[in-house]
Design a protein. Structure first.
Length: 481
């Protein structure tokens, strides 16, 4: 459903293309769950507000500027719109929130200092290159309907398109496919599934995933295994079941992830490498592919208690993971775990990693965690679960095992390194003062050559480990600027 507005001084009219506005809203299916605690209009037009287990949620697309009015069934005394750096000016009454947007974005609107029941507002740019419903090589799901599809398999040169206002229940997979696209402004719903791999692509090349919203994955959500040349942008994930990794890049290189909203109950973006079992898609003995050339930028991250926000690890069964950049991202909630982490549980060398212009709003546990260790995921882990449980190290890390005295030399050959890591313009702007860890395995498998440029926590410049609450062990070449 499209509405076109031309805003002239003092009136709303239908002339004057210089000030043209365009707003696109999407008709929800009749049986979609409507939130009862929020209602929403954009430029006076009603927008459907979906209900789920952890939030309300609404989406629209626009160009120009729009006025958003939210009515709350709960009394309003204070409202936060995250990410805070957008600095949106609000008008708030006990029942309404009003503000203007002049560019797209994804927002968490939180009432009265609580984040247990936000409204997620996904204000997208206008779509480009949306296919026709009758176009060749297009699986098209039309607005206003719910589809139960089971598992859809994509082949080379195919597009799967979920129109705004459509809900597709099922999973998507592809193997050895080239030039595939998953796009639209609709919803991919995993509520009927009982295992992860909601979208699973293996050995695919030239992949684009754009615009869709993904709900309630039961495990790893968007999984790319041994893929190359991948672009993921403008997707939204609202998932809350345990183990719901957001985007898993396993042995995958040449990736651009941008302008996404990711809320998951495990790692939100995670980079791994291991040999892939072709029957289960899980790991098997052997080396994985080296990983290189990944950029994650302009994303909004909400990490629930499991996992970490931006993670490299644990399974790093390759020679090298290198040239990875995380930049211009907003970590609005990291409920537990680390905001920025490299957990090297295997023998890879992780190097040339950059974290730049990262804004952290709420990370009460760990800010930075770079560690080389023995873990329950390592290739040399104990063979049986009882022994893994006995060696489990309770404390700062999940999944890490304590090396028994006298066995250090047995496990050292399986350990890797972390080196040449840059943190530039990383800021914790609100919440508690977190702690950080730089922890190598031993003198030969260290965390080394780590540079901090303009690290600030709650407005305080950090120029030493002590000032930043860093625990440092088997680490060298740490520079503070």
């Amino acid at each position: 459903m499209k509405f076109f507005f031309y805003l002239l001084p003092g009136l709303l009219g239908v002339s004057g293309s210089l000030f043209g506005q365009e707003l696109v809203t999407y008709p929800a299916p009749d049986s979609a769950r409507r939130a009862i605690d929020f209602s929403l209009t954009v430029n006076g037009q009603p927008v459907f507000v979906y209900d789920n287990a952890v939030s309300a949620m609404a989406s629209f697309s626009f160009e120009g500027s729009v006025t958003v009015e939210i009515t709350s069934a709960h009394d309003l005394r204070w409202v936060d719109i995250r990410p805070r750096h957008r600095a949106i000016t609000l008008a708030v009454t006990p029942t309404k929130i009003t503000f203007r947007l002049d560019k797209p974005g994804q927002f968490s609107i939180e009432r009265n200092g609580e984040h247990s029941r936000p409204l997620y507002l996904f204000a997208a740019p206008l779509e480009k290159d949306a296919p026709r419903s009758d176009a060749a090589n297009v699986r098209y799901f039309a607005a206003g309907k719910i589809y139960d599809v089971g598992t859809l398999t994509l082949h080379s040169d195919e597009t799967l398109y979920i129109a705004g206002g459509a809900i597709v229940r099922g999973s998507i997979e592809a193997t050895d496919a080239k030039n595939i696209r998953i796009a639209g402004r609709g919803i991919l719903d995993a509520s009927m599934l009982d295992k992860g791999g909601l979208v699973r692509l293996w050995r695919c090349q030239n992949v684009e995933i754009e615009g869709i919203t993904i709900l309630n994955s039961p495990g790893w959500t968007l999984v790319l295994l041994d893929c190359d040349d991948v672009r993921i942008h403008e997707i939204k994930q609202v998932c809350w079941r345990n183990g719901s990794d957001g985007i898993d890049l396993v042995g995958t290189s040449h990736v651009r992830i941008s302008d996404c909203f990711l809320r998951n109950n495990d790692d939100n973006v995670v980079i791994k490498s291991y040999s892939i079992n072709p029957k289960t898609y899980y790991s098997q003995p052997g080396q994985g592919r080296d990983v290189t050339d990944i950029v994650v930028e302009r994303c909004v991250i909400w990490n629930m208690p499991w996992g970490n926000a931006l993670e490299i690890g644990f399974e790093l069964r390759c020679q090298t993971v290198n040239n990875i950049t995380f930049r211009d991202c907003d970590l609005i909630h990291v409920e537990r775990g680390a905001a920025l982490s490299i957990h090297n549980g295997d023998a890879a060398t992780v190097e040339n990693i950059t974290y730049e212009n990262i804004r952290v709003e709420d990370a009460p546990h760990k800010l930075i965690d770079l560690a080389v260790f023995w873990s329950q995921y390592s290739t040399d882990r104990p063979a049986n679960n009882e022994e893994r449980t006995r060696q489990y190290m309770q404390g700062a890390w999940d999944g890490v095992l304590r090396v028994p005295a006298g066995q250090e030399a047995i496990h050292a050959p399986h350990r890797g390194r972390i080196r040449n890591i840059l943190f530039r313009n990383v800021a914790v702007n609100d919440g508690q003062f977190p702690y950080s860890i730089l922890n190598g395995f031993d003198a030969q498998h260290q965390v080394e050559s780590v540079r901090f440029e303009n690290l600030t926590i709650l407005g305080k410049p950090i120029r030493s480990a002590e000032a930043g609450h860093f625990s440092v062990e088997n680490a060298k070449g740490i520079i503070w600027k």
